[in-house]
Design a protein around this ligand. Structure first.
Ligand code: ATP
Ligand code: MG
Length: 197
């Protein structure tokens, strides 16, 4: 098989991965004719660390692996976990460039993440190494930093967030159809979210 040439990097905490993530990944892949979309699991999400307990990286990776297992063109990324320490997209893009030297890279984000792009570590490097792709999320419209050539991809607006799903799980409300069945199975098997504070 030839090496993939158009690769999307879709990073997140994925605590847990939900249908909003999957719908985004498959639609961006389709719209931009990407060979691969990597759902890269953040090791220590530095913008979230300290504000709440984060599910261990190994559990989040297992859920993402379950989510993408039967989806063509989507893969779970573990490079940030393997690297250890805080996860910076600039470093992950450098890693992907070395893994796939002839690839065009795309950094995929929801608009909430895009709005804060200039707070990212070495964001100019991110913009130089990849084409920036944004999808809208439900909620208040955000202002995108306008000096970058954002590629806007239309996806269904699904009002789903991991934060809301964790609250539902904590209350014993069902996550069915908000996460896929294989993800539900990992959550049940590992006893995740029931005791989240
Ligand atoms: P949390 O509530 O814990 O922040 P989240 O649902 O925002 O979780 P993240 O792991 O923070 O999920 O997000 C990873 C990426 O997916 C971000 O770029 C985010 O904007 C995007 N994203 C998350 N949910 C959606 C959604 N429903 N539709 C489109 N993009 C989404
Ligand atoms: Mg988020």
């Amino acid at each position: 098989m030839p090496a993939p040439t158009r690769i999307g990097l879709f990073g997140g905490t994925f605590d847990p991965p939900h249908v909003g993530h999957l719908v985004t990944a498959v639609n961006v892949r389709h719209a931009l004719a990407l060979d691969l979309v990597v759902l890269m699991v953040a090791n220590v999400p530095w913008q979230k660390a300290g504000s709440r307990p984060i599910t261990p990286a190994a559990d989040r990776l297992a859920m993402v692996e379950a989510a993408v297992a039967d989806v063509p063109g989507l893969v779970a990324g573990r490079a940030e976990i393997d690297a250890g320490g805080p996860s910076y997209t600039a470093d992950t893009l450098a890693f992907l460039s070395s893994e796939y030297p002839h690839s065009t890279l795309f950094t995929i984000v929801g608009d909430d993440a895009a709005a804060g792009f200039e707070t990212w570590e070495r964001y100019t490097e991110v913009a130089a190494r990849s084409q920036l792709v944004v999808v809208d999320r439900p909620g208040d419209p955000v202002v995108l930093p306008d000096r970058y050539p954002w590629i806007h991809v239309e996806v269904p607006h699904l009002d789903v967030s991991s934060t809301d799903l964790r609250a539902r799980a904590r209350d014993g409300r069902p996550l069915n159809y908000l996460v896929t069945d294989p993800v539900l199975e990992v959550i049940a098997a590992r006893g995740l979210y029931a005791e989240v504070v």
